[in-house]
Design a protein around this ligand. Structure first.
Ligand code: ARG
Length: 561
């Protein structure tokens, strides 16, 4: 039962819908005040009355019943207390019945959401800057599926451009098969860096690179084979990271896939009179919208990133008929997305309103935590391994006799990296600190994991009862059940706002409330069997909910720690 909805429907305010009232209903800071509160100042303008008077009038209109046990008006707030036994029972029954699917829904049935994320560049390092797009996109992918949508994960590979000509030139000059095969992305990147250094004194290398790129485009078999080999090596390398982070894709159609699918776009732009010439290039003027022109074709006729993105968007619409198409890309590319979304709108594509740039902030490493020599990139793989290593050390110190320490360290270390990127509002820049993300007492994944291990150990000792009766409830128990009950709406808002951080914060909140309950109420040594039984059920429901929340973030939970 949705208590909030129940209450919202009981409140009648002229000119305000029950949905609007639903959105205004809040959880008061402490339970004595009530379980839900309606701030009446929000209606003062429409009703032309003081909030205090509104609250008083509304109070008299609402009758208490089986669900609502008390209504009061305090300082312009309308406070509701709900019947706790009914609420607690309904919440726990739902969790225990739905188990792994508690929090899921069918709201998205029949709708497809394309999610463009991670979208790595071939032969370039997979570095710390790719962390957010990868784990944010991965979480959104799981969240949308959980809500009944069909999520399509797309890795829009950066696999097009003269850099591949450079790579071929460098490989032919300095590379050898074995070194590259063994070194993967790192070896390819070294070749690329060397090319740039040497081309400074040998400008003819650049001409050669351009020629090689042209050959790729013309389908020259040797160049194409090298290009595919570079791609294969890159994907093999990143696959290891994707596996660790539990990341999946349904499509790897990247930029080169669209290199021959742009002509219709260019033709249509021409037809609709949207193209103008500017210094030899073909552009769409966007001055009216306060943006620089969107370049469609360079003066030499070659296409651009935006052109390929427009072809990709049209293709996705045709192929998947998406309800929404998300681009999980750093805010540095804000202008790019605004521009090509606008151009598609000007072309009359009504679906352009369904394209969403899910922008996120930058991740940098705390200084001194890794040698970030100038110009040196920090490989994500190294960050993950270092986190696992550090996790192992802490676990070994705390509990040297633990079995499977390596496996647990893997879950803790990887979890810390993911959670570190997902805990804050996505648009915020974050400074990644190993000590912070691995703090057992912080707002961290390891804190949540440790709490789960604690709950698990209680259940190991006390068992998991299949039925229960309600004892006299204490504040800690009610507070805990109240957060648990908000999980379904938390998942929905995480999707609606493209904000997996809501789920991360929810998990920390649950863990904190559980720990308060654990320390203040005796579980295994409760005063009577009925109470003990109920507390075990509550522990079980908490563990189940945390598991569901962490599964959506892609973080594993060890049984023991
Ligand atoms: N490969 C690009 C980069 O690293 C990101 C691509 C994002 N997706 C897109 N459809 N533009 O900057």
């Amino acid at each position: 039962m949705d208590y909030k909805k129940y209450i919202a429907e009981k409140i009648k305010v002229d000119g305000v819908t029950s949905e609007e009232i639903y959105d205004c209903l809040a959880l008061p800071p402490n339970m004595e005040m009530g379980d839900y509160a309606l701030p009446c100042f929000k209606f003062a303008k429409v009703l032309r009355k003081s909030p205090v008077m509104i609250a008083e009038t509304l109070k008299d209109e609402i009758e208490v019943d089986d669900v609502i046990s008390e209504v009061s008006a305090v300082n312009g707030y309308l406070n509701f207390k709900i019947n706790k036994t009914g609420f607690v029972r309904a919440t726990l029954d739902k969790i225990l019945e739905q188990k792994d699917s508690f929090g899921s829904s069918k709201e998205g049935e029949g709708k497809t959401v394309c999610i463009d994320y991670s979208s790595i560049n071939i032969a370039k390092p997979f570095h710390i800057g790719h962390l957010s797009t990868t784990v944010l996109g991965g979480a959104l992918y799981r969240i949308y599926n959980y809500l009944g949508y069909k999520a399509v994960g797309i890795n829009h590979l950066g696999d097009y451009g003269t850099q591949f000509g450079k790579l071929i030139s460098a490989y032919k000059r300095w590379g050898d098969k074995e070194t590259i095969e063994k070194g993967g992305i790192r070896a390819l990147n070294e070749l690329y860096v060397r090319f740039h250094q040497e081309a400074e004194t040998h400008p003819e290398y650049d001409d050669e690179a351009r020629a090689y790129f042209k050959k790729i485009e013309q389908g020259d078999s040797e160049c194409l084979a090298l290009f595919h080999w570079f791609k294969e090596l890159t994907l093999k390398d990143v696959k290891k990271i994707y596996d660790m982070l539990d990341i999946r894709f349904d499509s790897y159609a990247g930029e080169s896939f669209f290199s021959d699918k742009m002509q219709p776009i260019v033709d249509e732009l021409k037809e609709k009179g949207l193209l103008t010439e500017s210094r030899g290039a073909q552009v769409v003027d966007l001055e009216e919208y306060g943006m620089p022109p969107c370049i469609i074709l360079k003066s030499d006729g070659s296409s651009l990133y935006a052109t390929r993105d427009m072809a990709a968007a049209s293709y996705r619409k045709k192929e998947y008929d998406f309800y929404k198409c998300l681009y999980v890309v750093a805010y540095q590319q804000n202008l790019h997305f605004k521009q090509f979304f606008k151009v598609l709108e000007l072309m009359g594509k009504d679906w352009s309103k369904d394209l969403v740039h899910v922008a996120y902030g930058m991740v940098s490493l705390e200084e001194g935590t890794m040698s970030t020599r100038k110009g040196n990139v920090v490989f994500l793989e190294d960050v993950i391994h270092k986190c696992i290593e550090k996790a192992y050390k802490v676990i070994d110190e705390k509990n040297p006799d633990l079995e499977n320490k390596q496996e647990i360290a893997q879950k803790v270390g990887v979890g810390a990296v993911i959670f570190g990127a997902l805990y804050n509002n996505k648009i915020k820049d974050i400074v990644f600190s190993y000590d912070k993300v691995l703090n057992f007492d912080g707002e961290t994944s390891v804190y949540v994991q440790y709490t789960c291990a604690r709950a698990n150990s209680v259940l190991q000792k006390g068992g998991t009862p299949s039925s229960y009766d309600l004892p006299e409830l204490c504040a800690e128990e009610i507070e805990l059940v109240k957060v648990l009950s908000t999980f379904p709406e938390t998942v929905c808002s995480a999707a609606e706002k493209y904000e997996p951080s809501y789920i991360a914060r929810f998990a920390v909140d649950v863990a904190q409330k559980f720990n308060k309950f654990y320390f203040d109420c005796k579980i295994l040594t409760a005063e009577d069997e009925l109470t003990k039984n109920f507390r075990l059920v509550l522990t079980n429901a908490t563990l189940q909910t945390l598991k569901n929340a962490f599964a959506l973030l892609g973080i594993g939970i060890p049984d023991k720690m």
